[in-house]
Design a protein around this ligand. Structure first.
Ligand SMILES: [Fe+2]
Length: 180
């Protein structure tokens, strides 16, 4: 029997959930739970993806997809849970899951300019991700982050409401503090 993966995980990278209104969910995480928005990007096809700081390197993430006529929103569903590994351990974990354990693994090297980069050394890559499923079909991810997220650099759009309209929004970290 093959032995288990020996690569150390550094807890949760992010927990990703589908929302029906990115503006409402962004406000909720920032203004109710106090989790600062670190990144907000537009996805190909009109969707959006956000990352909030939940402390100790962990992030809470929302994904929003344009409503489809006649179809119920997927808002409220979990999308996936990502575990964090060091970047130098990413390829070893991929080889183990794909070649040794014969899992179906899909990789995406996420760029800031481009949603997917071919070359693993492309300086545009901010996170490398491999996706696979557990025995029940729930999606898991192993991720290695290459860029410390900063709302000044990585909040690249405005959050959309349920209808898909962008709503002007200033992340908590960028709001001016009024001197008492
Ligand atoms: Fe993810």
């Amino acid at each position: 029997m093959a032995s288990a993966l020996k690569i150390p995980f550094h807890n949760v990278s992010h927990s990703a959930h589908i929302c029906s209104d990115m503006h409402a969910s962004t406000k909720f995480l920032e203004e109710v739970l106090g989790m600062p928005l670190l990144m907000l990007i537009d996805l190909p096809g009109g969707g959006q993806h956000s990352f909030h700081d939940m402390g100790n390197g962990g992030m809470m993430s929302y994904m929003w997809f344009p409503p489809e006529p006649g179809k119920k929103s997927l808002g409220g569903r979990a999308s996936h849970l990502a575990f964090c590994v060091d970047d130098e351990d990413f390829d070893g974990a991929l080889a183990y899951l794909r070649d040794e354990r014969k899992l179906e693994v899909r990789t995406i090297y996420h760029g800031l300019e481009r949603p997917s980069c071919e070359d693993p050394n492309d300086p545009d890559i901010w996170i490398r991700s491999m996706y696979f499923t557990d025995p029940d079909g729930y999606q898991l991810e192993i991720a290695s982050l290459r860029t410390a997220l900063d709302p000044r650099k990585h909040v690249l759009t405005q959050p959309k409401n349920a209808k898909g309209e962008k709503v002007p929004y200033t992340p908590l970290a960028l709001r001016e503090t009024v001197a008492a």
